[in-house]
Design a protein around this ligand. Structure first.
Ligand SMILES: [Zn+2]
Length: 162
């Protein structure tokens, strides 16, 4: 069986933002180049992951991640290689490796920090982010979006007052 590791959260965020339909549409970005089959697979995974970031409900996120783990059939293994034992994860089908690897990462991450995933509040952006700030009050994917949103809010206030 193909072995996988939990995806790094930074890689997971990049995957969703580069390949997800919603982040690309709202941010007016083209999809990365790849073979058509690869595009289909990765886009489908990215869209499913984006939905988890968009879902503000902790219990519902847990249900979704658990369902993906079950669907991909990812299972823990104890592996003996080169004279040593190691913990590993395996998936029955290679085509599920990407999704399963992301689901493992989300499982670990959400178990430790259930309220630290989000979607950018800027109107021209639907990118996802992981909030690593001490206060956990992050609302934007980047400083660029934060500044753009502030300027827009400022202009709107001025318009209303004028
Ligand atoms: Zn943003």
């Amino acid at each position: 069986m193909p072995r996988i590791d939990p995806m790094e959260m930074t890689a997971l965020v990049a995957l969703v933002n580069d390949w997800g339909n919603r982040p690309r549409e709202v941010g007016h970005r083209d999809q990365p180049e790849a073979t058509p089959e690869r595009q289909q697979t990765v886009m489908a995974v990215a869209d499913r992951l984006h939905a988890i970031f968009a879902d503000g409900d902790t219990a519902s996120r847990a249900v979704t991640v658990t369902a993906i783990l079950a669907e991909t059939g990812v299972s823990p293994e104890l592996v003996f290689t080169a004279g040593t034992l190691g913990a590993a994860w395996a998936v029955p089908r290679l085509e599920d490796a990407l999704l399963a690897s992301a689901a493992l990462a989300l499982r670990d991450h959400l178990a430790a920090r259930p309220d630290r995933l989000g979607i950018c509040h800027d109107r021209q952006c639907a990118d996802v982010y992981v909030d690593a700030s001490p206060a956990g009050q992050r609302r934007f994917c980047s400083l660029t979006c934060q500044n753009r949103s502030r300027v827009a809010a400022f202009r709107e206030r001025n318009r209303k007052e004028a």
